[in-house]
Design a protein around this ligand. Structure first.
Ligand code: SF4
Length: 357
């Protein structure tokens, strides 16, 4: 295998893909404009030549023939023009894998027709990791996410209609100190309307050389402190559960069909919308796994870890999760020195904290 050269290793993958084989299909992010994101800044986006990716797949197969999960990188690998044959090649190479997953953008989900997603599902892709970040339109616009709440609902339902496992990522604290309630309420609305299989929460850590860092420096963005983020997470959970209780019965169409036939796209859009509505109905009785046990969410009070996140299923585990959050809020309120990774990063001590763990 030495003649194949070294495998191109992607710089990022979701935490849940820590043990996955990583296949780099694209480099960088085709969007690269989100105000909070420093992942691929300075990296030019490119779709890797198919032959290069196939050579990596051959080498990775030789190294880990029994791999159970495969992650396709970088950000939104699914915009690669030859992604369907590449997914099929991964499926053939790792025939025993339980899952093949990828990041994708809400915009990509919206823009591509349902039949494209069905093709990818048929080729072997099983799970989509999608950055929702927020379900509030004002916040989404402010951070240049290139998505709206309604677009996120329709995109998520399309993913479910194609029978993908869907994971939404939410960025706690993205509304700052001023808009935490709108952030929580809007996000709950999207989550309840879509009912993805997973919701993972991470807390905003403002990175140097990002537009949000410039806003912070200019005083136009006030970060949400740990106490606010706890309240925000509690509201997100409570509001999601309340809205789940209001969801239409399975099979009911909750997605409006496009108003008026418009050119030849109308029929395709109607087919997508009907299928997406059916997907939403199919998921209406299912539980949503929510996890905020990512390190960025940790909170220390007077040197003691008082919050390591919550992890459970909605709606069933909501009382337990809310009690954990209330307990953490009490601990934070009773202490003088409260720390979290976001605050430590702002004070310049984030690196040592991360490297200590
Ligand atoms: S958050 Fe995702 S879509 Fe936005 S710039 Fe970063 S990698 Fe690209």
């Amino acid at each position: 295998m030495d003649d194949l050269g070294p495998v191109d290793i992607p710089p990022y993958r979701p935490p849940s893909e820590a043990h996955s084989v990583l296949v780099r299909v694209t480099r960088g992010c085709a969007w690269n404009r989100c105000a909070f994101c420093g992942m691929y800044k300075g990296m030019r986006f490119e779709a890797r030549p198919r032959a290069e990716v196939e050579a990596d797949i051959a080498r990775l197969t030789a190294e880990r023939p029994d791999a159970r999960s495969i992650f396709l990188a970088d950000s939104d690998a699914l915009v690669h023009p030859e992604i369907v044959p590449l997914v099929a090649a991964v499926r053939r190479a790792f025939s025993g894998a339980e899952r093949i997953t990828s990041y994708t953008r809400l915009h990509t989900l919206s823009r591509r027709p349902l039949r494209r997603w069905l093709e990818l599902r048929e080729a072997g892709l099983t799970r989509l990791h999608v950055g929702l970040e927020s379900g509030d339109d004002g916040i989404l616009a402010r951070v240049h996410k290139g998505a709206t709440a309604q677009g996120a609902i329709e995109a998520g339902r399309k993913a479910l209609a194609a029978r993908f496992d869907l994971c939404f990522y939410v960025l706690s604290g993205l509304g700052g100190e001023s808009d935490w309630e709108a952030h929580a309420a809007g996000t709950a609305r999207v989550i309840a309307a879509v009912a993805p299989r997973f919701v993972r929460l991470r807390s905003l850590v403002i990175l140097p050389r990002t537009p949000l860092h410039e806003e912070l420096q200019a005083g136009s963005f006030t970060p949400a402190p740990p106490r606010t983020r706890l309240r925000e997470t509690a509201l997100l959970i409570a509001e999601t559960v309340r809205r789940i209780g209001e969801r239409p019965a399975p099979g009911a169409s909750a997605l409006p069909l496009p108003a008026g036939p418009r050119a030849e796209a109308g029929a395709r859009a109607r087919a997508d919308a009907a299928a997406a509505a059916a997907g939403a109905g199919a998921e209406a009785g299912s539980e949503i796994e929510i996890a905020s046990d990512h390190f960025s969410n940790y909170i220390w009070a007077d040197g003691r870890l008082v919050y390591g996140g919550v992890n459970g299923f909605l709606p069933g585990d909501a009382p337990l999760l809310l009690e954990t959050l209330a307990e953490a809020l009490r601990a934070v309120s009773a202490c003088r020195a409260v720390q979290d990774p976001a605050g430590l990063a702002r004070s310049g001590r984030g690196a040592s904290l991360y490297s200590a763990l």
